[in-house]
Design a protein around this ligand. Structure first.
Ligand SMILES: C[S@@+](CC[C@H](N)C(=O)[O-])C[C@H]1O[C@@H](n2cnc3c(N)ncnc32)[C@H](O)[C@@H]1O
Length: 289
C-alpha cells in the first residue's frame, strides 16, 4: 500500500519564553530595591546630619518594587509611586503590593500620572531609577521635570538620578549576563552622536533555546553627568553630588582579556574628584535641595 501515513501532531508545551513573565524577569535581573533603600538612607544621613528619610517618591515607578521595599524597611515610612502605564502599575499592585497589603496599610500610594503633573505631597527623597528621565530628549523638558522634582521635595530633600555612561555607552553593542535559569541581554541597538539619542532593548534567552525578544524597549537621550549637574543647579538645587558605582573586587592578574567586571552595588562619593573613564559605569547624580 502506498500513500503517506497520517501526520501526527506532536504536542509540545509552551516554551520557557512563552511561560515567562516579563515584569518578574525585569525585577529579578535589573533591580535591587533593598540596596537602593540602604543607599538613599545612608546618603541622606551623611548629608543631613544623621537624619532618617521617611517619605519616598518613586518617579517612573513601573511595578513600584522600590516604593514597596521602602515602606517595608520601616513601619513609619511612606511612599508614593508615579507611572504613566496602567498595566505595569496593575502588575505591581497584584504582585508587589497585595502580598504585603496588611503591612503596607495606606502608607503607599500609586498614581497613574505623568511625572510632569504637579503634586502636593512632599518627599524627603525622590528617585528616578534606571535612567527613566532620559525619556526627556529636550533640555527644556528635562529642566521642567527637575524643577518640579525640586518643588516636590521637602526643605532638606534629595533627588537621586541614576544614569549610565562610559566609552561603550555611545556605541551599538550587546552585553549578556547569566541570571540563573536565563540570560539577560542589554542591546544598545543604536546611538546617534548628533543628538545623543539611543534606542535600547532588553531581551531574555532561555535554556530551551526560546527567547523573549525586545521584552522592553527604550528610546532615550543619554544625558551626561555635567549636563545633569548644570540643569540641577539652574533649577535651584543648592549642591550636586556624584556617587560612582565601585567595581567588584577582582584580582587584576586573574582577569582575562574581554572578561566582564561587574559593578559591586557600592557607591563612592566622587564629587570634585577625577575619575578614570570606564567602558561602562553607573552613577547616581544627587540634587541637594
Ligand atoms: C525604565 S522603566 C523604569 C522602571 C523602574 N523605575 C526601574 O527603576 O526599574 C520606565 C518607566 O517610566 C514610565 N514613564 C515613562 N514616561 C513617563 C512619564 N512622563 N511619567 C510617568 N511615568 C513615565 C514608563 O511607563 C516605565 O514604567
Amino acid at each position: 500500500m502506498g500513500g503517506k501515513s497520517p501526520g501526527r501532531r506532536i504536542k509540545r508545551g509552551p516554551t520557557l519564553a512563552e511561560r515567562a513573565d516579563r515584569h518578574r524577569l525585569y525585577q529579578d535581573s535589573v533591580q535591587c530595591p533593598e540596596e537602593d533603600v540602604t543607599f538613599y538612607t545612608s546618603v541622606f544621613g551623611k548629608l543631613r546630619g544623621g537624619r532618617r528619610p521617611m517619605i519616598l517618591r518613586e518617579d517612573f515607578c513601573g511595578t513600584a518594587n522600590l516604593a514597596v521595599q521602602w515602606c517595608l524597611s520601616d513601619p513609619k515610612r511612606r511612599a508614593i509611586g508615579i507611572d504613566l502605564d496602567e498595566p505595569t502599575l496593575a502588575w505591581g499592585r497584584e504582585h508587589n503590593i497585595r502580598p504585603h497589603a496588611r503591612k503596607l496599610g495606606n502608607r503607599l500610594k500609586l498614581y497613574r500620572a505623568n511625572v510632569l503633573d504637579p503634586r502636593r505631597e512632599k518627599a524627603d527623597v525622590t528617585c528616578a531609577c534606571n535612567f527613566s528621565f532620559c525619556i526627556f530628549k529636550e533640555r527644556a523638558d528635562l529642566k521642567r521635570y527637575l524643577k518640579l522634582a525640586k518643588e516636590g521635595l521637602k526643605q532638606n530633600g534629595l533627588l537621586f538620578l541614576e544614569i549610565y555612561g562610559g566609552s561603550e555607552a555611545i556605541i551599538a553593542t550587546e552585553e549578556d549576563r547569566e541570571c540563573g535559569r536565563y540570560e539577560y541581554v542589554w542591546d544598545q541597538h543604536s546611538y546617534n552622536p548628533i543628538t545623543n539619542e539611543t534606542v535600547c532593548h532588553i531581551h531574555y534567552r532561555f535554556r530551551d533555546g526560546s527567547t523573549l525578544e525586545r521584552a522592553f524597549t527604550y528610546d532615550w537621550r543619554l544625558w551626561s553627568i555635567p549636563e545633569l549637574r548644570d540643569l540641577l543647579l539652574e533649577v535651584g538645587f543648592s549642591d550636586v553630588r556624584v556617587f560612582w558605582e565601585q567595581l567588584e573586587d577582582t584580582d587584576d592578574d586573574q582577569v582575562e582579556e574581554g572578561e566582564m567586571i561587574y559593578g559591586s552595588g557600592e557607591y563612592e562619593d566622587v564629587t570634585g574628584k577625577e575619575v578614570e573613564q570606564q567602558e561602562s559605569f553607573l552613577v547616581y547624580v544627587v540634587g541637594v535641595r
